[in-house]
Design a protein around this ligand. Sequence first.
Ligand code: AMP
Length: 395
Amino acid sequence: MSARNILVINCGSSSIKFALVNEAQSTFPLQGLAERLGSPEAVLHWQLGDTKQSLDIPGADHRAALEKLLPLAQDAAGGKLDGIGHRVVHGGEHFTGSSLINEQVLQAIRDSAQLAPLHNPANLVGIDAAIALFPGLPQVSVFDTAFHQSMPEHAFRYAVPEFLYKEHSVRRYGFHGTSHSYVSKRAAEMTGLPVDDSSWLTAHLGNGCSTCAIVNGESRDTSMGLTPLEGLVMGTRSGDVDPNLHSYLNRTLGWSLEQIDRMLNHDSGLKGLSGLSNDLRTLQEARAAGHAGANLAFEVFCYRLAKSLASMACALPKLDGLIFTGGIGENSTAVRTRTLEHLKLFNFKLDEEANARCTRGVGGEIQAPGSPRVLVVPTNEERQIALDTLALLDA
Ligand code: AMP
C-alpha cells in the first residue's frame, strides 16, 4: 500500500489552518492558512514544498475558502486524498476519543456547541463544507477535550451544586488534549519507557497554555476547565482569578458579563500584565531593555506555571519527566529556567547547554545529572490528528 495522505483542517471563527500529512514524510507537503474570512481582506496563504504563495479571496467565507484549498490539497496529494481529519474543540462528555463523522457525531458536536460557542460552530462549518465538497471521503473529528475524559471525578468536578453538573454539564473538561497526548507518547519513545508504565507532567505553552498529569498514557488532571480560560496565565487570557471578580467588577464599575468576559479572554494574561504585548518574544526583548511590565508578566507567568505543575503532581504515582511544548515551551530557555527555580522541592536542575540547544524544533532532555528528567518535545497536533484519522480508517 502506498503512503496515505490525510488533510488536517482546523477551523477558527474567521480562519482555517490546514496541513496535508503524508504518513511516510516527516514534513508536510502542503500547509497553509486562510484568514480574515468573511471580510473584504480574506486571504489564503499556503506553502507547497519550499514555495510560498498567497491568493486574495475577498469576501470568502469558510466554504468558499475550502473550495479553493481542497483542490490544492488534492493536487499536492497526487490526486489521492485518503481522508480528512477535523480538529473540534469541544466534545463534551460524548467523546473519549476521535470519531468517524456521521449524523450522530455531528449532532453531538452541535449539542456541545453551548460549551464552546466560538469554536464548535466554526468547526461544524468546516466539516459541512468538506463533506459537501468530498462526499465520498472518510472524515474524522478529533476533539481537544477527548483525551481528558479519563480524569477521575474528584479531578473533574467543581464544588458547586450537583444539578449544575447533572443537568447543565458544568464540570472541568480540559483542552489541548491532542498536544498533551502526542508529546507524552513522544517522550516515552525518546526515553525508551513504555507508555503504559510512565508518568509525566506536561506544559503546553503557546498563546493558550495548560498543564496536564499523564499516567500510563491517560490524562489524570489538567489545568483548563469548563472553558479554556481556567488555569495558567496565557497570551491574552487571565487564567485563574477569584470567581467573585465578576460580581466585584459589576458592582464597582458597572461592567456587564460581556465586558468582563472580553477583558478576561482578550485583554488579560501577558498582554494585560505587561501593558505591552501578548507575545513572549516581544516581552523577553522588552524585559532585557528594562521594561518593568514585561518583567512582571514574565515573573507571574513562570510562578503560576510552577504552582500549577506542583499541584498536577498530586495526580502522579511517580515522575518520569516534565515536558515543555508549544511555542513558548519549545523556545523560551528563560521560561524553562525560571519555572524550575520555583520547583526546588522537586530537585530539578537544568543543563544550561542542553537547555540552550533545545529551541526551534529541536527536542531532547535538558536536565543536569541528578535531576528528574526535563524534556523539550516539539508538539505536532496536525500529525496526531492525521494519525487518529488513519487509525479510524484502519479500524
Ligand atoms: P504557539 O501558540 O504555540 O504558536 O505559541 C505562541 C507563543 O510562543 C508566543 O507567545 C510566542 O512569542 C512564543 N514564541 C515563539 N517563538 C519563540 C521564541 N523563539 N522565544 C520565545 N517565545 C517564543
